[in-house]
Design a protein around this ligand. Structure first.
Ligand code: CA
Length: 231
């Protein structure tokens, strides 16, 4: 996380100083703010990669700061609070915080959470790069792996975990005929011990949700061999 620009919003100087030193040690570029209202102004005006946000702050509390920032920005925000309170935890996530850490926390834990929050934003394509991220498609059916989303035209398709994994495997191997064994070992795992009919069953589920619903033939059968998708 070298060169990441981090804003630490914390009014306890001792904690702010400690975090600053630890994160600078990791090569990050640190700014510190001790006032909630000013923190809000800086977050929306300046360009930070991630914000560490205390809850109890002068002038504007951290929850309000987070909520107001979210009207304008998707910058990753990790809430830091002294109170190990379930209500706070729920509120912290509801208002759009990426994560929530109770003080005192260990620095490696903070770094791990920061990495996850940053990766998630990058996967979501925030920051003006490719907004959709990677796309897998067959005709008007599009899968967005970063968002775990499948759409046919404008319509979202709800899939179970296994249905999604199966469809992803088919899409990543478009135009190839995949045998049941290949599908089994790639989607269910090489150590799957159950019935190989499970592949046919899940192909049928996918066809109900895709081919039947949208009146298209996305998944074809090569009799005696296996399944595939093609444009
Ligand atoms: Ca505080």
């Amino acid at each position: 996380m070298k060169d990441y620009r981090v804003l630490i919003v914390e009014d306890e100087r001792r904690i702010a100083r400690f975090l600053q030193m630890e994160l600078e040690h990791e090569g990050m570029l640190i700014s510190v703010e001790d006032n909630g209202r000013r923190a809000y102004e800086r977050i929306v005006q300046e360009d930070y990669d991630i914000v560490l946000l205390d809850v109890m702050l002068p002038e504007m509390d951290g929850f309000t700061v987070c909520q107001k920032v979210r009207e304008l920005s998707q910058v990753p925000i990790i809430m830091l609070t002294a109170r190990d309170d379930i209500a706070d935890r729920v509120q912290g996530l509801d208002i759009g915080a990426d994560d929530y850490l109770t003080k005192p926390f260990a620095v490696p834990e903070l770094l791990a959470r920061m990495r996850v929050a940053l990766r998630r934003r990058e996967a979501n394509g925030d920051g003006g790069e490719d907004l959709q991220g990677e796309q897998l498609s067959v005709r008007n059916l599009v899968m967005y792996p970063a968002r775990h989303e499948v759409r046919v035209g404008d319509e979202a398709v709800e899939l179970t975990k296994k249905e999604y994994d199966l469809l992803e495997y088919l899409l990543r191997n478009k135009r190839r005929v995949l045998t049941r064994d290949q599908i089994l070992s790639n989607v269910w795992g090489y150590d799957y011990m159950g019935d190989t009919n499970v592949v046919d069953v899940y192909i049928r589920y996918l066809r109900q949700k895709l081919d039947d619903r949208f009146g298209e033939k996305y998944i074809y059968t090569m009799r005696g061999v296996g399944y595939g998708v093609k444009d």
